[in-house]
Design a protein around this ligand. Structure first.
Ligand SMILES: C[S@@+](CC[C@H](N)C(=O)[O-])C[C@H]1O[C@@H](n2cnc3c(N)ncnc32)[C@H](O)[C@@H]1O
Length: 275
């Protein structure tokens, strides 16, 4: 008994925080209703007429530093056609608009119409709406643009909510719609902890492990829904590098670790090879 327990404990410890688990729903389409009805089941905070801003306060607040940190590089000023997929409430989109010029066109895509409307309203409030920003309801697995359309593809906290087979399909679409020498900036919760300091790494592994414990099969969803106005998180830590490596045309040019509160997040800068 003693000798059987030890190897499995050792194995568990070695993989702690590096495990990628499956989402608690079957397909990403199943999540859209959640995004469309955030807060509808709200029990204690009925005073909040539209709980979406509440969602943005909780989720957006923590995601903002990593989203801000990601928007870097010369591609931002040279890309003529930009696409952001999974825009959510529009914070990163606002930063993208502010970081580019009126000559650059930005297409904002989301599968949830409520998120698109919210992003649009947010940008209107910030006086960032213009004809160069186009909104489109669409699925990252089936983007309705021809091959080689965009110079820059941006996506934050979308790939990490997709089931495994959908991640492959979304990356295929990303590669397809990017022009040769086009670039992508991708942000996900991560199990890839290289570059973390010796002090931070054990903490990040522990944070991932605790998160996955509650995320697995939606175990802690009742708690999250109670705390977050009827919303339960969809993203979980993934190894995006493993999926990107399957493409012969996508090259990882640079990657860095960031975080959402104490949860590790990775930013990937990717280039599509020509030819
Ligand atoms: C966790 S939110 C992230 C939003 C935003 N990018 C951010 O950083 O805060 C994920 C977004 O992806 C959208 N989404 C989910 N599945 C999708 C799909 N298959 N295609 C496009 N968007 C999708 C959701 O509606 C939601 O707005």
């Amino acid at each position: 008994m003693h000798t059987e327990t030890r190897p499995s404990l050792t194995r568990w410890f070695k993989t702690m925080g590096y495990r990628q688990i499956s989402p608690w729903y079957r397909t990403s389409k199943d999540t859209v209703d959640d995004f469309n009805t955030i807060g509808k089941n709200l029990k204690i905070l009925k005073v909040i007429p539209n709980p979406l801003p509440f969602y943005d306060l909780i989720m957006g607040f923590y995601e903002r530093p990593s989203n801000r940190c990601a928007l870097r590089g010369p591609i931002l000023s040279t890309a003529q056609k930009i696409i952001e997929v999974g825009v959510g409430t529009g914070y990163l989109l606002g930063r993208l608009i502010a970081a580019t010029t009126p000559q650059q066109e930005i297409t904002a895509v989301d599968l949830s119409q409520q998120m698109l409307d919210t992003a649009q309203a947010y940008l209107a409030r910030k006086k960032l709406l213009s004809r160069r920003v186009l909104f489109r309801n669409g699925d990252c697995q089936d983007l309705p643009w021809p091959d080689n359309t965009f110079d820059l593809f941006v996506s934050s906290y979308l790939l990490d909510l997709l089931p495994e087979n959908e991640i492959d399909r979304a990356i295929y679409q990303l590669e397809r719609v990017l022009k040769p020498e086009g670039c992508a900036i991708l942000i996900t919760m991560t199990t890839e902890l290289d570059g973390a300091t010796r002090l931070a790494k054990p903490l990040m592994r522990l944070m991932n492990e605790c998160y996955c414990l509650g995320y697995d099969r939606g175990r802690w969803n009742p708690l999250w829904k109670f705390l977050f106005a009827g919303y339960a998180p969809h993203c979980r830590p993934i190894s995006l590098g493993k999926y990107l490596a399957k493409s012969s045309r996508l090259v990882l040019t640079y990657t860095k670790l960031s975080r959402v509160s104490f949860f590790p997040v990775r930013i990937y800068y990717v280039r599509k090879k020509s030819g």
